[in-house]
Design a protein around this ligand. Structure first.
Ligand SMILES: Nc1ncnc2c1ncn2[C@@H]1O[C@H](COP(=O)(O)OP(=O)(O)OP(=O)(O)O)[C@@H](O)[C@H]1O
Ligand code: SF4
Ligand SMILES: [Mg+2]
Length: 392
């Protein structure tokens, strides 16, 4: 039983980060937020073929890593994407950037379908979307100096109409180092000469050097010490305001996502199962998966902590090559019901303004009509045998 998100991450880790970030409070509504939609993802699919055969290479199935995801991110806002390891978060991010070829659906940036672009138009769109990676050591070539690493994107796009002229490259590199809080002397150094947090600052400077509109940060702090995570998160927030950036932040740590996000999407086995404004999701999670995950996070108040009901989540994530029928979560759902869960796919539906959930029984779960089968305070009940209370 493990309700934590991702490899080796536990609820205690989430709290530690939350306090390091300053507080685990949700992000306050910011000035200028609720702008026009910048990123519009419609029913995106990224399926990977599974090939077999020594002589005849044939496709025997597909890994449905991303299987019909729709989401929108407004200009200047941050969309936080959470879900456990293997649920398809990175593939979704890579599919949006077309680093992975989508097998279905659409990605619109500022209203333009990226699939319709070619040549210079596509290159321009690519410049507007950049990625910050989890492991800065792996994403930065150790043989290149910081100056060379930061100049590379400028060189790659040097023939664009609005390119930074070569004579200004060094100035631009030094400017970016200053923006991310590194001294000018860093330009001549190599990645191994920096700490993990400093390396991530270099990764961020590299992503920002082309002045993008959208930044997809895939687990930007999970490889860093807890003490440094807060600094990097704060830097991302500062840059968002000063550089007018829109973020899609992928994380398995609920506290990090809560702190930085305006809207949060919870992903399970290639699909979004719940989406809500950050505050609303934490105040009233509605999908059984989100409820189970939230119930695993310790509460600082010892009295509340004593009364806290932990919902136990059974088993591991099923294979995306062969997802369960009906509701994909039914094999692990502590609220599972005899009807509909096994054979009817729940669609995302809005239960409160901006709060969408893909569960047939969300209202009954919310109202306490259906109770979870197994909790830490009542571990004798078997998972999957949810209790239905009389509504009379
Ligand atoms: N190139 C690929 N070929 C085949 N399967 C892949 C490929 N890339 C990812 N997958 C599979 O797609 C699924 C989703 O992977 P993905 O890396 O997107 O998950 P994730 O949510 O980012 O996980 P993590 O939190 O561990 O980073 C996994 O089952 C993974 O094995
Ligand atoms: S539809 Fe059924 S199995 Fe799926 S989350 Fe809701 S209660 Fe659980
Ligand atoms: Mg990933």
């Amino acid at each position: 039983m493990n309700a934590s998100l991702g490899k080796g991450t536990d609820a205690a880790g989430a709290t530690a980060v939350g306090s390091a970030v300053g507080s685990a409070e949700a992000r306050p509504q910011r000035e200028g937020a609720r702008g026009e939609v910048l990123l519009d993802v419609r029913d995106l699919e990224v399926h990977f073929p599974i090939r077999r055969g020594l002589v005849f290479d044939r496709t025997v199935g597909h890994v449905r890593a991303v299987d019909g995801v729709s989401l929108q991110v407004r200009r200047g806002e941050t969309y936080g994407l959470v879900g456990e390891s293997g649920c398809g978060k990175s593939t979704l991010g890579r599919g949006i950037l077309r680093l992975e070829q989508p097998t279905g659906g659409q990605v619109l940036l500022g209203g333009t379908d990226l699939a319709s672009l070619k040549g210079e138009e596509l290159r321009r769109a690519r410049r507007q979307m950049q990625m910050v990676f989890q492991d800065p050591m792996a994403s930065l070539d150790p043989r290149q100096s910081v100056e060379s690493l930061l100049t590379e994107p400028l060189r790659a796009h040097s023939d664009a109409e609005d390119a930074v002229p070569k004579a200004r490259w060094r100035e631009r590199v030094l400017e970016m180092l200053e923006v991310v809080g590194l001294p000018a002397s860093a330009a001549a150094k190599y990645p191994h000469e920096f700490s993990g947090g400093q390396r991530q600052r270099i990764g961020i400077a590299r992503a920002m050097v082309l002045n993008p509109r959208l930044v997809i940060a895939d687990e930007p702090v999970s490889a860093l010490d807890v003490s440094v995570q807060a600094q990097v998160i704060n830097l991302l927030e500062e840059l968002q305001d000063s550089l007018d950036l829109t973020y899609l932040v992928i994380a398995h740590d609920l506290a990090v996502v809560r702190h930085i996000s305006d809207t949060i999407g919870v992903m399970y086995l290639g699909t979004i199962v719940e989406e809500a404004p950050s505050d609303d999701l934490y105040e009233q999670p509605l999908h059984p998966y989100t409820i189970s995950l939230m119930s695993a996070i310790p509460v600082p108040d010892p009295d509340v902590e004593d009364r806290r009901e932990r919902i136990l989540l059974a088993g591991d994530l099923p294979s995306p090559a062969n997802p369960p029928s009906g509701c994909r979560f039914h094999t692990r759902c502590p609220f599972r019901q005899e009807t509909r869960c096994h054979d009817e796919v729940p669609v995302l539906r809005e239960l409160a303004p901006g709060h969408q959930v893909a569960c047939h029984w969300a209202e009954q779960v919310r109202d306490g009509v259906i109770r979870p089968a197994a909790t830490a305070s009542d571990p004798t009940a078997a998972a999957g045998e949810a209790v239905v209370r009389s509504t009379a």
